[in-house]
Design a protein around this ligand. Structure first.
Ligand SMILES: [Fe+2]
Length: 302
């Protein structure tokens, strides 16, 4: 399968107003100017008509990622491969596709039980992204072809979930880390796989081994900006608005991202960073890293 990037994310909220403020005033995204007034909240980051779809509901949670394939043939091929692998999926109706601003999509679940969608030809409206807090540009590649960022999801069955994303969804292995949070030497610890799809981002998906569900149904969601100053201004907005910091500023070892993590209104973390490495996968050797960060990323410290 030829996944090109994270086209959109859907998030459920009990409080649209909280997400409006968080998305525009803290992250600095623009409320999408060309979406219908359908009760949902949409944020724009780049040429795509929207990237975040926030839907009112009974829970505060990450609902699903929308993974993009390049065109109708790739979309047909994806369905053939899912059928061959015995993975059930449901085709979205024309009305549902129109609501997502894509030409078509299917819904399925990964082995960890997370919902995902696979779509083709999301709409690019080219309306300028005018950030209400002056973020000059979000790094999403040429016309958004690197996807909106990356997600890290928790799975109770790391091996099966990884195999599904590698062998069925066509992702590639980038890096692996192993953690021992429990001082008990008999504790096997927890693994974290970083996987890339067909764009230069170091990873578009990370899979974290955890039997317990994470707050808001996600470990974190990352968006990237273009400069250290953009991250610094973000840090000031976080402190001015007394947003909970998950980890303070730091530079990751594997993707080189300089970032900080904060708590979203859904309870999961959001990483806001710059300087993420971009890789040519033709000659890449997957790594195993034993440290998450060169410096910083201290828990709970701004
Ligand atoms: Fe991340």
């Amino acid at each position: 399968m030829d996944i090109r990037g994270l086209a959109y994310v859907t998030i459920e909220t009990t409080d649209i107003g909280k997400w409006r403020k968080f998305g525009t005033e803290i992250i600095g995204m623009m409320e999408s100017p060309n979406m219908p007034d359908d009760g949902n909240l949409y944020f724009k980051l780049d040429e795509y008509q929207y990237r975040f779809r926030i839907i009112p509901g009974k829970q505060d949670r990450f609902v699903l990622p929308g993974w993009e394939v390049p065109g109708e043939e790739a979309f047909e091929q994806a369905q053939k491969e899912l059928k061959k692998a015995g993975v059930p999926f449901k085709k979205g109706t024309a009305k549902e596709a129109a609501a997502r601003c894509v030409r078509g999509f299917i819904s399925l679940k990964d082995p960890g039980g997370h919902e995902i969608e696979i779509c083709w030809n999301p709409k690019l409206d080219y309306a300028p992204m005018i950030s209400p807090v002056g973020v000059p540009r979000f790094e999403t590649g040429y016309h958004g072809d690197m996807g909106l960022g990356h997600i890290a999801v928790a799975t109770p069955c790391l091996k099966e979930t990884r195999e599904f994303y590698l062998n069925v969804m066509g992702f590639g292995q980038t890096d692996y880390m192993h953690f021992h949070f429990n001082p008990d030497p008999k504790d096997p610890g927890q693994g974290l796989h970083f996987l890339h799809c067909n764009n230069p981002r170091h990873h578009s998906l990370a899979l974290f081994e955890d039997k317990n569900p994470h707050p808001g149904n996600l470990v974190h969601l990352m968006v990237e900006v273009e400069s250290l100053d953009d991250v610094g201004h973000f840090m000031d907005r976080v402190h001015q608005n007394k947003i909970d910091v998950v980890t303070g500023l730091g530079r990751h070892t594997n993707d080189k991202m300089v970032s900080m993590y904060i708590k979203t209104p859904a309870g999961f973390a959001m990483e806001f960073g710059f300087d993420g490495v971009q890789i040519d996968w033709s000659n890449y050797t997957p790594t195993e890293s034993s440290a998450t960060s060169h410096w910083g990323h201290r828990w709970g410290q701004g």
